[in-house]
Design a protein around this ligand. Sequence first.
Ligand SMILES: [Zn+2]
Length: 496
Amino acid sequence: MTRLAIGGFVHETVSFLPSDTTLADFERRAVRGDGIVEAYAGSNTVFGGFLKVCEENDVAVEGLLCTECAPSGPVSKEAFQALADELISRATLWRDEADGLLLHLHGAMVARGDLDPEHTLLVRLRKALGDDYPIALAMDLHGNIGPEKAALADIVCGFRHSPHTDMAETGERTAKLLLGQLAGTVKPVKAMARPGLILPSIFTATAVSPLKEIMEEVRAAADLPGILDVTLFTGFAYADVPEIGATVLAVADGDEALAIRTAERICARLTEAREALYRAAPLYDPMAALDKAAELIAGGCRPVVLLEHADRGNDSTHLLEAMLARDAGRVAMPYLHDPIAAKAAASAGLGAQLMTTLGGKSSEMAGFPLLFSGFVKFTGHLRYRITGPYRTGEEIDLGLSAVIDNGRISVIVTSHSASAVDTDPFTQCGLDIEEFDIIALRSKTHFRAAYEPIAGAILIVETPDWGPADLTELPYRNVPLGIYPITMDDGTETGV
Ligand SMILES: [Zn+2]
């Protein structure tokens, strides 16, 4: 009987955030051994996809260590060391029992003192398991995938949709290819091409043109004879690393020249469309967004979704500050990361009036903590299985949470950091989504799966924070010279 080991160590790192992501942050969502089945079977996640293919093919599964954490600051040295050591030692322990390894990495992890810790992890895994040991890698569309990292796995597949509604499907594609390789029915060979392009996350939504059309070509290319898989990694702009930027990676069946041609063809499309990709939709400053929202709401267009997309700590207050000053309608703001406010609301109790500060604690770019006075409409521990189309079925734990409502603005504060991407916050906190004219979110693309069908309009709000659409504002230190839009080949700024 075939047996596969399954592991994962997933993090999208924002280099510019001052706080480290710690071992405790990863431990909160870590599962080991059979725990993987309980946590992920049937879910729309990569691990869910791995498990589905194994079950359908009577493949025994050995869970190693699977852990992930919401996007945040650099992974601490201690966390990376401890989790990498554990993953490698568990994989080594099962090396002779398992026929191969299914591994899930994000592709945009940065650790303190290591700009490419996933490469470090893969080098160490290869050393422990041997050059011939089959390793298949499922990665996030936002991965910064350099050739050295990709070369260390036999198979590399990534998400093709953002919102990542195809996480399980990507896990399935990866697992099926590994089983094909083990059975000798396919011989995966990879090739990659890179256009020298960084895209802000807000414009990596795969239903927004021109990325929409290029992604359709990617999916069509994956169905061509001789091609086993194609991924367009858009990259992650907020990890300040040498491997930053988009990558096209093609996997062909034994035909390396075909893989190269396929990757280069799609890469040329990205280069051709780079200006349009970089500015795919209009941006508003907070006051302009509220003026526009008020106009839309007056015309019966509601709810208006306002995206404070540059927020990378889930606690920015730039938009909230504008909304306190400018009444554009009834507002819901799910979620704002603020454990202190959540605790204050719990202490005050349901129905109590409370004055507290909100947000603005993750970095000096997140805006000031704002004084907010309102009634506690909900207090409790938020822990539930996601019902939205993104990560469906996965459990989310937001810790002690509360709804504080000042009669116009209803803010859901949480103890653990997360972006609201579906309508679960409303049902979980007993709020009626129909009541609201404006829904203020911090998501970049994932909200679209749940909100595009119900939103009257979506307005992108640009604020001075660590995830701006204007990448030329970021204090990069490690990105390669000449990558668009940071500098041109001759070293001049592009002025976009
Ligand atoms: Zn992603």
